[in-house]
Design a protein around this ligand. Structure first.
Ligand code: ATP
Ligand code: MG
Length: 447
């Protein structure tokens, strides 16, 4: 037992106490123990117990949900929150690098901790017993090390998802993967083909959203390329450009890390330059160019995102950003309003974030100087939106109803409104209802 104190929330504490009173062992286990020791707020509290699933159901009915009974998991509800209570188990033999042939319930905690993936995830805690750490998880946690429990090669052969979970934990904790563990992850990376694409998507996205995503992508590029083979060509690909300090992959990693941890932004930065190696062209002065790479990256990203079963709305947003990541953005207010109209406020602002991150990834003074321009554009957008200036049909002083009452019909209405919006944005007409109606009347009678 180690003298470590963890604050277990009331719900989990009461569940553990009730199990103990009924004569069973029970502990908080896994991610919640790891995160508490890292001073992070755990997402959820899992409990492991010697009680059989049936016993857990009996003790906590009717506040139970029977979703994972087959794996020994009963969800117990307390005060509006869910706690997963799982019977001590060992996972037996695995048949397809993913699913255990049979789950066996066991009577001791030791066996249960042994089936867990990394030492930092294989610790249990209760107020009564303190920290139970059979695999050196606490020392690894203090040293920032991710180490497989037991023989790494076997553990990744049993369940290949652990390979990606490892990459994901590097991204969320900044830990380094212990050498044997990392070698085994890389050696067994091809087994990822046995993992469902839905699980891969979840883990890769969590990796992208982590604080230490740069470390994760740089420590295990081979594993990323197993999922996205199209990306391998970017690794070490020199750009021969005065704008760029780094090869395409390093640039990509810095760009991902530099952008805000938003799903669409991070996916966009990961894939924005994926076509660069295919579009590379060296001019006779020795300067590299990548004409047409945004469109080609867009096409490749479309295929990749579809393959990963990315939700449609997210995929659409990522693709718009990739396609436009290299467009020239003017700083004149009129042109900014045109872009606001074209992209909408949310996407336009995200596009600026993409460009900031892209410049960061380029790493040259030349690129960073562009950031001033971007800041200027951002300020103008904010002013336009705040002051209610017109930049879209919603902010135009007339609407479809007004046109109908003047006798406009069908498709003509949309076309005329668009023209009017052009005139207002370009400063040819003020955004005042009476003036716009007058101009519409004139137009109707062909003046
Ligand atoms: P998160 O912060 O995402 O919840 P977590 O480590 O808690 O991370 P969970 O999926 O909630 O991950 O799993 C809870 C615990 O179950 C883990 O900490 C680990 O002990 C164990 N575990 C989960 N998945 C695996 C796996 N594929 N192989 C071995 N053990 C696993
Ligand atoms: Mg968890």
């Amino acid at each position: 037992m180690q003298s470590v104190k963890i604050n277990i929330p009331l719900g989990a504490k009461l569940i553990i106490e009730k199990l103990n009173k009924a004569g069973y062992k029970a502990y908080a286990v896994g991610g919640c123990v790891r995160d508490s020791l890292l001073m992070k707020k755990p997402e959820d509290w899992d409990i492991t117990t010697s009680a059989s699933p049936e016993k857990v159901v009996e003790l906590f009915s009717p506040n139970v949900i029977l979703t994972g009974l087959k794996h020994g998991t009963v969800t117990v509800r307390h005060d509006g929150k869910s706690y997963e209570v799982t019977t001590f188990r060992s996972d037996g033999k695995y048949n397809d690098s993913r699913h255990p042939e049979k789950v066996e319930f066991v009577s001791c905690l030791e066996e249960d901790l042994k089936r867990r993936d990394f030492t930092v995830n294989a610790m249990a805690y209760s107020e009564e017993s303190g920290l139970i750490d059979l695999y050196g998880g606490l020392a690894d946690l203090k040293n920032g090390v991710l180490r497989a429990v037991g023989e790494p090669m076997e553990r990744f052969e049993e369940d290949a998802l652990r390979i990606l979970r490892g990459v994901r934990f590097v991204s969320s904790t900044g830990f380094s993967i212990e050498e044997n563990t990392l070698n085994a992850m890389k050696k067994r990376k091809d087994l990822l083909k046995n993992v469902s694409v839905e699980r891969i998507f979840v883990e890769l996205e969590k990796t992208l959203l982590g604080e230490f995503v740069d470390k994760a992508l740089l420590d295990a590029p081979e594993i990323i390329f197993t999922i996205i083979p199209e990306m391998e060509k970017c690794y070490g690909f020199l750009q021969h450009s005065k704008w760029h300090l780094h090869d395409v992959y390093t640039h990509t990693v810095i760009a991902v890390k530099s952008v805000r941890a938003d799903r669409a932004l991070r996916w966009c930065m990961l894939l924005h330059d994926i076509a660069k190696p295919d579009k590379f062209f060296l001019d006779d002065k020795g300067e590299g160019h990548f004409y047409g790479h945004p469109e080609q990256s867009f096409e490749m990203a479309k295929v990749i995102l579809k393959r990963l079963k990315t939700p449609t709305k997210l995929s659409e947003e990522v693709l718009i950003l990739i396609k436009n990541h290299d467009v020239y953005l003017p700083t004149e207010s009129k042109k900014i309003k045109r872009n606001l109209r074209k992209f909408g406020e949310e996407i336009f602002l995200k596009l600026l974030e993409v460009k900031f991150a892209d410049n960061q990834g380029q790493g040259t003074q030349l690129a960073l100087a562009e950031n001033k321009k971007l800041t200027q554009i951002k300020e103008i957008i904010e002013n336009v939106v705040k002051s209610g200036e017109c930049y879209n049909l919603k902010t135009l002083a007339v609407n479809g109803e007004d046109l109908i009452s003047l006798g406009y019909k069908g498709k003509e209405i949309g076309k005329v409104l668009d023209d009017l919006l052009d005139d207002v944005i370009n400063g040819n007409l003020p955004n005042e209802k009476q003036r716009l109606l007058k101009s519409l009347k004139k137009r109707k009678i062909g003046l």
